[in-house]
Design a protein around this ligand. Structure first.
Ligand code: AMP
Ligand code: TRP
Length: 332
């Protein structure tokens, strides 16, 4: 059975983009894969973070993932800092990856912006750690949203260079699993920006913890244009906000853009938005309720993570021990 690995950062509340771009797929893949899902707290400190709330945010996110349908009994759910293999292999990969490769990473350019001299060095080497997350388990399939495509290409480059430099066939090739619809959910306020936990406007995203009234209000206020919805997919060209809302509906209703337009084409946004809000509430409110129920017993969530970390370490430690031998470390 192929091994799946994926991660999500505990910076802020998970949102609809995380759910449709990644987590929903994580849940589905559990049926026929061995899966490891990781709350990547090491990655969370590459940018300014609140040290007073990081631990709670890590627990909250783990609870939300379980509420979405991640099964911590049959699969492995843990937080990254609890398994030291990530850092050990991450360091080796930091010495394998080339400056030129990392310099090309668009997410670094976006996140660093004009402040390049002042961001942490961890933000720059972030993709090396991400490659280590996956390869420490010899995982071969990685379900992510479209924004992580370039990082996974880099992980493949690192694996290949390691194998080549040390004359081994040790690390496998990695395949990105990116969903066909809603691989990139956009901001509700600006169809050219992706929906993000770090957007200062809460109106730009649907959080998995939002209640029904909040969801409805956010969708009602979502930016659109004055035209009715087109009947054909081509009519979404040049209408990023309309395309985004249609894509969200399609993903939630397990159809595609054409399927949604067959039903709503020619109608104004009023009708469509209210149907979309109803669909979102139907799909998301059970998740919010289950998250709240789980967090009533934080000790239980922590115990799940602790056990997950033990199981993860049991897989990763022998692989990273071997990587260290291959690199040439004396392991007395
Ligand atoms: P992050 O919140 O950056 O840790 O992302 C966790 C997962 O959600 C990754 O697989 C991302 O690719 C995915 N993701 C984040 N934002 C979006 C978005 N706006 N649309 C689709 N997928 C997303
Ligand atoms: N970089 C990913 C993101 O921001 C999170 C992540 C960290 C990840 N390690 C990973 C995703 C390993 C997949 C596999 O979304």
């Amino acid at each position: 059975m192929q091994r799946i690995f994926s991660g999500i950062q505990p910076t802020g509340v998970p949102h609809l983009g995380n759910y449709l771009g990644a987590v929903r797929n994580w849940v589905a893949l559990q049926q026929n894969h061995d899966c490891l899902y990781c709350v990547v707290d090491l990655h969370a400190i590459t940018a300014d973070h609140d040290h007073k709330t990081l631990a709670a945010q890590t627990r909250d996110l783990a609870a939300a993932l379980i509420a979405c349908g991640i099964d911590p009994d049959r699969h492995v759910l843990f937080n990254q800092s609890a398994v030291h293999a990530h850092v050990r292999l991450g360091w080796i990969f930091t010495c394998v990856a080339r400056m030129g490769w990392l310099n090309r990473m668009t997410q670094f350019k976006d996140k660093a912006g004009k402040d390049r001299e002042n961001v942490s060095t961890g933000l720059f080497t972030y993709p090396n750690l991400m490659a280590a997350d996956i390869l420490a388990y010899h995982a071969t399939r990685v379900p992510v949203g479209d924004d992580q495509r370039q990082h996974l290409e880099l992980a493949n480059d690192i694996a290949q260079k390691f194998n080549h430099d040390f004359e081994v066939e040790f690390f496998p090739a990695i395949e990105a699993l990116i969903p066909p619809t809603a691989a990139r959910v956009m901001s509700l306020r600006d169809g050219s920006k992706k929906m993000s936990k770090s957007d200062t406007s809460d109106q730009s995203r649907i959080n998995l913890t939002d209640d029904a009234d909040t969801i409805s209000a956010k969708i009602r206020r979502a930016k659109t244009d004055p035209e009715p919805l087109p009947s054909e997919v081509e009519g979404l060209e040049g209408r990023p906000e309309a395309r985004n809302l249609v894509g969200i509906y399609a993903a939630l209703d397990d159809t595609d853009h054409a399927g949604v337009l067959a039903r709503f084409g020619g109608q104004g946004f009023g009708t469509f938005k209210s149907a979309l809000a109803d669909l979102l509430v139907a799909k998301l409110s059970p998740i919010a309720a289950e998250t709240t129920r789980l967090l009533a017993d934080p000790g239980h969530v922590d115990a799940i993570l602790r056990r997950g970390a033990e199981r993860a370490a049991a897989i990763a430690n022998p692989i990273v021990d071997e990587a260290e031998r291959i690199v040439g470390f004396l392991k007395p």
